[in-house]
Ligand binder design. Structure first.
Ligand code: ZN
Ligand code: ZN
Length: 146
């Protein structure tokens, strides 16, 4: 069954037909600012697995790094998904907009070198200063991941 996800105002709704993989918490400065919080919870989905079932015309993009466009709802401001010029086959997906349980769970914290000083990580997940080992990192990427 497809996983449902929607923005705060519900005008943008999506369905995901495949798994949400590589769930993590990103503490990079850009994710903190984009989400207005201590970290971004994100997963990866195959671009072909995600369908925007309503409100596609309301999605706007902000290019936070060259080739990395963060999509958000232009009505309510919810972060939605990120498109990568270097990896068009996958999307970064803002976990907070899910209406269903993806089943998978977070695996690590990344960019803890940029972590907010007012936030303390209290779980036992592995922490990485930047990307985790073996992460496919786009060459033009300075900071942030999804
Ligand atoms: Zn919205
Ligand atoms: Zn980030």
């Amino acid at each position: 069954m497809a996983l449902r996800a929607s923005c705060l105002c519900k005008d943008v709704a999506t369905e995901i037909d495949g798994p949400v993989r590589d769930i993590l918490f990103c503490h990079c400065t850009m994710c903190r600012k984009a989400h207005g919080t201590a970290f971004r919870a994100r997963g990866r989905v195959r671009t072909d697995d995600l369908r925007v079932v309503s409100g596609e015309e309301l999605v706007r993009y902000y290019e936070s790094s060259p080739g990395e466009r963060r999509g958000f709802c232009s009505v309510c401001g919810s972060n939605l998904f990120t498109r990568f010029a270097a990896r068009p086959q996958e999307l970064g997906f803002a976990l907070g907009i899910l209406d269903d349980d993806p089943g998978n769970r977070p695996t690590c914290h990344v960019f803890v070198g940029s972590k907010a000083p007012w936030y303390e990580i209290t779980d036992a997940l592995p922490q990485y200063d930047a990307f985790p080992p073996g992460h496919a990192r786009p060459r033009d990427h300075e900071d942030g991941d999804a």
